[in-house]
Design a protein around this ligand. Structure first.
Ligand SMILES: Nc1ncnc2c1ncn2[C@@H]1O[C@H](COP(=O)(O)OP(=O)(O)OP(=O)(O)O)[C@@H](O)[C@H]1O
Length: 285
């Protein structure tokens, strides 16, 4: 497998008032170009910490992270982040918010007309050309989030990093944006790493789901490869036995092998055999 993003023996220890806190312990993950990978795990297990390391917003305590054969040593235009909170500048229009990012990356080498063209194309990609002159306060939460995605895509990052991008949205808007994201990344062939809490979202969008164990010292507990057609129709998938099987496997990991730490701590590993037999039952049901 041609690895494009690589996380090699990465650990992250934070210095806290109560001493060192190991958030991540020995994470190894290789992601190929164009792959869509979701990170899932209970609250506080270290998903954002891992995403921030790939973004270059923090350095690991141990190990190395690589993007396109270069060590990640800080943030760069090859990796763009979309946050749960869209973080748009309220005094700028949608167009200006996207333009600002485009100018920062391409301003030195391209004319203003080219920068405007890039900005308009990105807004078009998320179906927001009609709202480009509006201010963030004048548009809905889902539209703001789409501007955030346009801003990230406009700089043509090699890797799109998303931290619960649809977490704050209602179910219908979320479904609409998930479908839009699937279409967009198919068109742009972007490599995507997305943090999510939503099992259905993970199965619908991902090529692989990386499941993290509970912290502290979280590590990768399991990786599930999703072999579903690239063009995924949520309505058809809802009754697809493979979809239900993948869903059950993630649920078994989250609720049996590693249940919520806030509801009883790190439970004993149920074991692959039991998880598998439960998964088989779910398949039959
Ligand atoms: N700067 C920091 N200093 C100390 N501890 C930190 C720091 N950042 C994160 N942590 C701790 O590391 C662990 C992982 O945090 P992280 O935010 O990555 O989890 P998460 O899986 O993204 O959680 P959530 O799903 O709730 O957003 C948590 O216990 C958190 O308290």
């Amino acid at each position: 497998m041609e690895k494009y993003v690589a996380v090699e023996s990465v650990s992250q220890v934070f210095n806290t008032a109560r001493g060192p806190f190991t958030a991540l312990d020995n994470i190894n993950l290789a992601i190929r170009k164009g792959e869509f990978v979701s990170l899932i795990g209970h609250s506080g297990c270290g998903k954002s910490t891992l995403l921030n390391l790939i973004a270059g917003l923090a350095s690991p305590s141990a190990g190395v992270l690589i993007c396109d054969q270069r060590e990640i040593a800080g943030p760069g235009p090859d990796r763009a982040m979309v946050f749960q909170n869209h973080s748009l500048l309220p005094w700028f229009t949608c167009f200006q918010n996207v333009y600002l990012a485009v100018e920062r990356v391409y301003g030195a080498n391209e004319s203003r007309a080219q920068l405007r063209e890039r900005t308009a194309a990105a807004l078009e990609l998320v179906d927001l050309a009609h709202a480009s002159g509006k201010y963030p306060r004048e548009i809905s939460g889902g539209m703001k989030q789409r501007v955030g995605i346009a801003r990230a895509l406009a700089i043509e990052p090699k890797v799109l990093l998303m931290d619960e991008p649809f977490g704050a949205l209602d179910a219908l808007t979320r479904a609409h944006l998930q479908d839009a994201l699937l279409r967009i990344v198919k068109r742009t062939q972007s490599t995507v790493v997305m943090v999510t809490h939503d099992v259905d979202e993970a199965v619908l969008l991902s090529d692989r789901i990386v499941m993290l164990t509970n912290g502290p010292a979280a590590t990768i507990g399991d990786i599930l490869r999703i072999s579903l057609p690239a063009r995924r129709d949520r309505v058809a998938l809802a009754a697809d036995p493979r979809y239900l099987q993948y869903r059950a496997a993630v649920m078994a990991f989250l609720h049996q092998r590693y249940s919520n730490p806030e509801q009883g701590g790190r439970l004993a590993l149920v074991g692959a055999e039991q998880a598998k037999s439960e998964q088989d039952c779910a398949n039959v049901a």
